[in-house]
Design a protein around this ligand. Structure first.
Ligand SMILES: *Cc1c(COP(=O)(O)O)cnc(C)c1O
Length: 375
């Protein structure tokens, strides 16, 4: 069976976790600080704040951006449900906008149509690693006095107009879940160029504590902490950060390897008339966190039939990115909402295997099976 995805984990990652454990310091400490410094340097952002996962990072981003009950935040429905949930956590309402059928990223004109006097922010997702048009959304946000927040959960290692995702705006949230390009088990990072945001997120992730554990540990005089506001435990552990440091060091290599596999898919599937392949436009550089193909009406079998036929041949696949507005949790607030492009993109797309290392034979098998079913 060829799996859909696999994290790239080696003895180096395991050794780093082992070393962290044997150091005696296992939760947020020196390795988290080192991972943050290296991640900031890698992305080109001024600060990076490590958190327990991307969802908690998005929650903190909503808080520091000042999003509150009664506010509206525009985001795609076609995303992992964490995107919309992070807006709900602060009592605000997610307003779902359409995605572009070829990139699955937010459609800027549809977003503009949905702006109201309650709109406070746009939560822009770089879906399955493909950068969204950050400049267009930054301009839109400036015009309407909105805050731009990026859900870059899938986009570590992707770039937009020559700069790494994470460097362009003031709140960019990453995930290190095993389904993403690099992993710490669970884990997340928020990058920002805003000093006040970084400082507040560091407070919020550990119950608003005025003195961190490292400072207390290193102090020669007794110090007592104060808790400045009601906050959260959204810490990353030093064991996770130790793995993250190793993963980050190989991120560019992993992305290059992923791009070679994606290039074979693009070359060797491009003549199949009944599917549409993803497109990477000039200035956009994707890490190919997932490789999605869209089945046109002319396809000889349905999406589900194709997935089952692939499975029968030993090739795993997944349905395309979910829609949030059709999930039970959102049925009430989304009653009557129709997003035809989003629903079509979700219902007619599948994700095919792409991971590192994936053998040439496995890539050939996926291509061969798709061709034999669709040509
Ligand atoms: C995976 C994902 C998340 C959630 O990340 P976690 O680290 O699992 O919390 C959020 N948004 C998008 C777009 C994702 O793909």
């Amino acid at each position: 069976m060829i799996p859909i995805a696999k994290p790239h984990l080696t003895e180096h990652d395991a050794q780093a976790a082992y070393d962290a454990i044997m150091s005696g310091w296992i939760t947020q400490g020196p390795r988290v600080s080192e991972f943050e410094e290296k991640f900031a340097l890698y992305t080109g952002a001024k600060h990076a704040v490590a958190v327990s996962n991307c969802t908690t990072g998005l929650h903190l981003a909503m808080i520091v951006a000042g999003i509150k009950a009664g506010d509206e935040v525009i985001c795609p429905s076609m995303s992992y449900i964490a995107t919309a949930n992070s807006i709900m956590y602060v009592g605000a309402t997610p307003i779902f906008a359409e995605v572009h059928p070829e990139t699955y990223n937010l459609d800027v004109s549809d977003v503009e149509r949905r702006i109201t006097s309650k709109t406070k922010a746009v939560l822009l997702v770089h879906q399955i690693g493909m950068p969204a048009d950050i400049d267009a959304f930054a301009a839109l946000c400036k015009k309407h006095n909105l805050i731009l927040i990026e859900d870059a959960a899938c986009a570590a290692g992707s770039s937009y107009k020559g700069k790494k995702i994470g460097s362009h705006s003031d709140l960019v949230c990453f995930s290190f879940h095993p389904r993403k390009v690099i992993s710490t088990g669970d884990g997340g990072m928020v990058t920002t160029n805003n000093d006040a945001y970084a400082e507040r997120m560091k407070l919020l992730r550990q119950h608003g504590m005025s003195v961190n554990a490292g400072a207390r540990h290193g102090a020669t005089k007794i110090i007592f902490e104060d808790h400045l506001e009601v906050a959260y435990n959204y810490r990353m552990t030093d064991i996770q950060a130790a793995v993250g440091i190793q993963q980050l060091a190989k991120l560019d290599w992993i992305v290059e390897e992923r791009r070679k596999i994606a290039q074979r898919y693009l070359n060797e599937l491009s003549d199949i008339d009944c599917i549409r392949l993803p497109r990477e436009e000039e200035g956009y550089f994707t890490n190919w966190q997932s490789f999605s193909i869209y089945l046109k009406e002319s396809a000889p079998l349905s999406r589900n039939e194709l997935m089952q036929a692939l499975l029968d041949k030993g090739v795993a696949s997944r349905r395309g990115v979910m829609t949030s507005h059709r999930e039970t949790a959102y049925k009430t607030i989304c009653a009557g909402l129709e997003l035809p492009q989003t629903e079509d993109a979700c219902d007619r797309s599948i994700i095919i295997p792409l991971f590192v290392p994936m053998s040439d034979e496995d890539v050939s098998t996926v291509i061969h099976q798709l061709r034999s079913l669709l040509v």
